[in-house]
Design a protein around this ligand. Structure first.
Ligand SMILES: Cc1cc2nc3c(=O)[nH]c(=O)nc-3n(C[C@H](O)[C@H](O)[C@H](O)COP(=O)(O)O)c2cc1C
Length: 153
């Protein structure tokens, strides 16, 4: 499925927030595993499709090529960055289940890494989803050095 509601909580957990009725939730709750596959512009058409139809109505398992990771989670072959996660906890709010996850493994294509082996967002350019207009935005431009204004001289 396609997910915009993700977040970082602490330095060792990520959160994936899903409406409780989605088909994916069943598998996640059963296995306590999921993978986060970062969407770039090349992947967007297929990712958009994953967000338009439910697995309850249509088998989406052949939408992408994938391998199965150590934890059993499907890992998209074409995704530039993939995080294989274990669900640690579920935070329930009205109509939503937010999965609190630890990251077991992160895989990144060489081409999206800096010489220091960090993810280079200027190359990766993950797609940003904006809810009020239902539009996808391009990212990737550096607009400043963090703390260059705030710290002063
Ligand atoms: C751009 C976009 C972002 C989405 N973000 C979320 C999200 O953050 N959480 C969520 O529960 N559903 C989100 N959805 C909806 C699901 O991806 C969609 O309902 C999907 O068909 C659910 O699949 P499933 O029923 O097979 O799990 C989003 C859909 C789109 C198109």
């Amino acid at each position: 499925m396609l997910v915009g509601h993700i977040g970082i909580i602490g330095h060792d957990r990520v959160m994936v927030s899903l409406a409780g009725a989605h088909y994916s939730n069943r598998g996640i709750k059963e296995t306590k595993k999921l993978s986060i596959n970062i969407v770039d512009e090349a992947l967007l058409p297929l990712a958009d499709r994953a967000g338009c139809v439910s697995g309850a109505k249509e088998d989406k398992s052949d939408l992408f090529d994938y391998t199965v990771g150590d934890t059993g989670a499907p890992l998209m072959t074409a995704a530039p960055v993939v995080m294989e996660c274990s669900v640690d906890d579920v935070y329930e709010t009205k109509g939503f289940e937010s999965f609190i996850c630890t990251i077991d493994h992160t895989f990144a294509e060489e081409r999206v890494l800096t010489p220091e082996d960090k993810i280079d967002y200027r190359v990766l350019k993950p797609v940003l989803f904006e809810m009020p207009t239902y539009e996808y935005l391009r990212t990737g431009d550096v607009i400043g050095k963090c703390m260059s204004w705030g710290k002063g001289k």
